[in-house]
Design a protein around this ligand. Structure first.
Ligand SMILES: Nc1ncnc2c1ncn2[C@@H]1O[C@H](COP(=O)(O)OP(=O)(O)OP(=O)(O)O)[C@@H](O)[C@H]1O
Length: 265
């Protein structure tokens, strides 16, 4: 089975070997069909971890590999969704979604069909002809996710894609993300500051502690899968098990810190 692995990975930025490590001894495996969220205080190295998985940066020690082969740079099998939507505002919605397919050399008709399919999957089938600047923030993030999925990636790497959205839009996006994750059969890696988001979406949540960034807790979860099986999301989020897991994660995140207000539940 295809998997994306970080094995005993450490990271220092810059060339000074004496500089403090940003990440130390991180081992994490993401398989297709899994959804792993990474949560932790600001500066704990979450984005650095995602950038390693994406191949944007290389580890100082240890190994990043996909399907057993070392990752030596970004690749189309690992699609990235950023907090800022990173779309081309002067191009149409459809052109933005089709762009990676064009770069991959797909013929025009094929890329149009594929882009339309994923635009429909994110509920924007009527917006394909609009320029991106006419869309709302939530719509733009949906275009970004459709673009990422259009290339059929094995892995979807998301760095706080919902951070700028209002609470109601965010809840709708959670449900959409879960359906897209199921439809794409991708493995998802999500960086988030929201414990509730992490718990609701993931098959496991990983807590990173700072200084140097290291994994201090892994919490297996099944609420997202239960939502996909038809259970009510509000009922799931008010279950005792959900609330207890939220408290465990919040304690792990706050450990060693004086001010507990930095993390949103
Ligand atoms: N390109 C870089 N060069 C040097 N140091 C960096 C670089 N990128 C990040 N860092 C440092 O690495 C540490 C971890 O940063 P990172 O952005 O990975 O953390 P984070 O957990 O994603 O933070 P946040 O939650 O605030 O986004 C920080 O101390 C940061 O200053």
């Amino acid at each position: 089975m295809t998997q994306l692995s970080l094995s005993q990975v450490s990271l220092h930025y810059g060339s000074d070997p004496g500089a403090p490590a940003v990440l130390q001894d991180i081992s994490l495996t993401l398989r297709r069909g899994e959804f792993i969220s990474v949560i932790g205080r600001s500066g704990s190295g979450k984005t650095s971890l995602l950038n390693l998985a994406a191949g944007f940066i290389a580890p100082s020690a240890g190994r990043v590999s996909m399907a057993g082969r070392p990752v030596s740079g970004p690749g189309p099998e690992r699609a990235v969704v950023f907090q800022e939507d990173a779309l081309l505002p002067w191009k149409s919605v459809l052109e933005n979604v089709a762009l990676p397919l064009k770069l991959a050399g797909m013929a025009r008709a094929g890329r149009r069909d594929k882009a339309l399919h994923w635009l429909a999957a994110v509920g924007l089938e009527d917006q394909g002809g609009k320029p991106v600047w006419q869309l709302s923030g939530g719509q733009r993030q949906r275009v970004g996710i459709a673009r990422a999925l259009a290339a059929d990636p094995a892995f979807l790497l998301m760095d706080e894609p919902l951070g700028a959205l209002d609470a109601m839009t965010r809840d709708q996006m959670h449900e959409l993300l879960l359906r897209l994750w199921r439809a794409s059969h991708a493995g998802a890696l999500l960086i988030t500051h929201s414990v509730e988001e992490a718990l609701f979406l993931s098959t496991s949540v990983v807590v990173l502690a700072p200084g140097p960034g290291r994994i201090t807790l892994t919490e297996p979860c099944s609420w997202g899968r239960r939502f996909l099986a038809g259970e009510d999301p509000r009922a799931l989020k008010s279950e005792a098990g959900f609330i207890l897991a939220r408290e465990r994660l919040l304690s792990a995140i706050r450990e060693g810190r004086d001010d507990p207000r930095a993390v949103a539940a």
